[in-house]
Design a protein around this ligand. Structure first.
Ligand SMILES: NC(=O)C1=CN([C@@H]2O[C@H](COP(=O)(O)OP(=O)(O)OC[C@H]3O[C@@H](n4cnc5c(N)ncnc54)[C@H](OP(=O)(O)O)[C@@H]3O)[C@@H](O)[C@H]2O)C=CC1
Ligand SMILES: Nc1nc(=O)c2c([nH]1)NC[C@@H]1CN(c3ccc(C(=O)N[C@@H](CCC(=O)O)C(=O)O)cc3)C=[N+]21
Length: 282
């Protein structure tokens, strides 16, 4: 068997095109502000990609780049200004932040109604409680890929590798909400390969290059690779050993060109929804 490749790049492009049409029909441009602190090298590329995609789809997008020496109080003041600005619908504080700044403090400072990352504890709580709210972009993008691929979720055994606040936990919540039987595995899980082999749907979000091997997966499994790992030789690989796992799986997302582009498209989707909730659609 050789797996169907789930083309996240194409699915994301189609979603961005639909969002651009909806934005064009609005009497205003949804406002997105990305706050970047310091010079984390990977962040530069992501922040530019977000800004480019947002502008191309008709959003009012801007990046606020604060110096590495910015204090937590200064960052919170910047966020408060954006919270109060009526043309700003979505605020994203790019992670990681410099170690002097508490990530939880920055996340909690964002107005939950403008929290297009879906990281604020109020939105995380809404998701856990099954209430409507802003949902983290990467897990939302994964659900979109699964829907586009026609994967049946009800009753399926889903295994999520990783339990971070930004990917693993919200991913598990969304799959549970879609009636999967969900297992969350992590660094203290006793038998990782054994847990993975039980999966009909396997979502890998651990940040360990090519950790998931062919003998970890059952034939026909749907594999979603969230990992983005830069190797010393410059290559970008996922958390899944793509070549050997694709020989066993039923479907698989590539890296690059899988979940990454969906994250950006879903950021635009969240920003549009936040804008309509604040300002209406006409
Ligand atoms: N495609 C995209 O748009 C995005 C991609 N990413 C990528 O996804 C990956 C995960 O990101 P993120 O969730 O932020 O990472 P974190 O480092 O916050 O979390 C990693 C999780 O994986 C678990 N883990 C780490 N090592 C192992 C191991 N050897 N065996 C089992 N479990 C392990 C950790 O367990 P424990 O809790 O026990 O420590 C933790 O729960 C990264 O590669 C990141 O770059 C992230 C965001 C967006
Ligand atoms: N507040 C916050 N929100 C985030 O959503 C957030 C963040 N901080 N910090 C960093 C991570 C990572 N992330 C990615 C987004 C897009 C790609 C992406 O588009 N990747 C492409 C290209 C990758 C490349 O060529 O470098 C791909 O996978 O095909 C990847 C990773 C968002 N993150």
């Amino acid at each position: 068997m050789t797996a169907r490749i789930l083309d996240g790049k194409a699915i994301a492009a189609a979603l961005r095109a639909r969002l651009a049409e909806r934005v064009a029909a609005l009497p205003y441009s949804p406002g997105l502000r990305v706050v970047r602190v310091g010079e984390d090298p990977a962040s530069g590329v992501y922040v530019r990609n977000k800004d480019k995609a947002a502008k191309a789809a008709g959003y009012d997008s801007a990046t606020i780049h604060l110096p590495a020496e910015t204090t937590e109080a200064e960052l919170l003041a910047t966020i408060a200004t954006l919270n109060a600005d009526p043309v700003v619908d979505g605020i994203l504080v790019q992670l990681p932040l410099p170690p002097r700044i508490r990530t939880e403090a920055a996340i909690a400072a964002v107005d939950p109604a403008k929290d297009v990352d879906g990281f604020h504890p109020l939105n995380a709580g809404r998701l856990a409680a099954g209430q409507p709210g802003l949902v983290p972009c990467t897990p939302r993008g994964v659900m979109h890929i699964l829907a586009e691929a026609g994967v049946v979720l009800r009753g399926a055994r889903a295994v999520v590798l990783g339990r971070s606040q930004i990917v693993g936990r919200p991913m598990a919540q969304l799959l549970l909400g879609a009636d999967c039987t969900v297992t969350i595995a992590h660094s203290r899980t006793r038998d990782l390969p054994g847990e993975c082999r039980r999966a009909d749907i396997l979502v890998a979000a651990v940040g360990r290059p090519e950790m998931v091997r062919a003998d970890w997966v059952a034939p026909g499994v749907v594999v979603i690779d969230v990992g983005i790992n830069r190797l010393p030789d410059g290559r970008l690989v996922g958390d899944v050993a793509f070549g050997e796992v694709a020989a066993v799986a039923g479907a698989i997302t590539p890296v690059p060109g899988g979940v990454g582009p969906m994250t950006i498209a879903c950021l635009l989707q969240n920003t549009l929804e936040a804008a309509i909730a604040r300002r209406g659609a006409a």
